[in-house]
Design a protein around this ligand. Structure first.
Ligand SMILES: C[S@@+](CC[C@H](N)C(=O)[O-])C[C@H]1O[C@@H](n2cnc3c(N)ncnc32)[C@H](O)[C@@H]1O
Length: 264
């Protein structure tokens, strides 16, 4: 199976519960559209639209919205949930639209999941009318106050603890995205940070948050005794975090926009 097929299958499986698993995307979708500030009637293409966090915010502003996604499951839900949006299954790197078809291309939390982000940016540039706008959101991976949990995962699963400021991990960063957008022909780039705090009531709420996001499967894959040890250490770490200022997940993102320069 190619990584693209694996990705498509993952999002097909997630389609029905995507915005429950990632509740902050709806808010960031609205913020991305506020940041782009499209006028009513603008032709908007939302690439990797998922369940429509960005697309529906553009629709609410009176835009004419087309939403594309590689996952058939996501496209089926978009078509069912938003009859006023044109939903099509399409790869971000091969957009089936003529050059100059849109005034705004958006992509919420997509650029970091693509195998070839440069190709997707080149396609966004091609389908934009000269002077049209690209607006993207990018999640910033940060360890922050969850360092104890990353260290625990490192000990039990051998996953290295990420360094918040390391540009060499292979992950997409705001700095790398700025270079890629410039290379693709976008000008007048601006970016702004957004915070997505998720406060959780206690240690068991933290477990309930993480278990369906991969930690449950990872712990089940351990021998029984190791799994038990992991759970004990997890609960102790979460309780320490709770007494040391509360359990709050501090997701962060940046919003990026740029204008498509006409080809010279
Ligand atoms: C993290 S989700 C973001 C969804 C939505 N934009 C949001 O803000 O909630 C990434 C989306 O990109 C889609 N995707 C992944 N690879 C893609 C590709 N090569 N072309 C188009 N869409 C893709 C996935 O199916 C998924 O819906």
């Amino acid at each position: 199976m190619t990584s693209t097929e694996q990705g498509r299958r993952k999002y097909d499986e997630l389609a029905d519960r995507y915005e429950e698993v990632f509740p902050y995307v709806a808010d960031v979708g609205r913020q991305l559209i506020t940041f782009a500030a499209p006028q009513p009637g603008w032709r908007v293409l939302d690439v990797g639209a998922g369940r429509g966090a960005v697309a529906r915010a553009a629709l609410d502003r009176g835009c004419v919205v087309t939403a594309t996604d590689a996952s058939q499951g996501m496209v089926a839900r978009l078509a069912a949930d938003f009859p006023d949006i044109t939903a099509r299954q399409m790869d971000a790197g091969r957009l089936d639209f003529p050059a100059g078809s849109f005034d705004l291309v958006t992509a919420g939390f997509v650029i970091q999941v693509l195998a070839d982000p440069g190709m997707a940016l080149a396609e966004a540039h091609r389908v934009l009318a000269p002077g049209g706008m690209l607006a993207l959101s990018l999640e910033k991976q940060s360890v922050g106050r969850l360092r104890w949990l990353y260290e625990l995962a490192s000990e039990f699963f051998g996953i290295p603890v990420p360094d918040d400021d390391d540009e060499n991990t292979g992950a997409m960063t705001a700095k790398k995205l700025t270079v890629l957008m410039t290379d693709a022909g976008f000008v007048d780039l601006t970016a702004e940070p957004v915070a997505m705090p998720v406060p959780l009531a206690d240690a068991s709420a933290l477990w309930d948050w993480l278990a369906p996001r991969g930690l449950g499967d990872a712990v089940r894959s351990l021998p029984d005794e190791r799994a038990e040890q992991f759970r004990d250490r997890f609960l102790a770490g979460a309780e320490d975090m709770d007494t040391g200022g509360g359990i709050k997940l501090d997701f962060q993102a940046t919003l990026h926009k740029g204008l498509s320069a006409a080809p010279s």
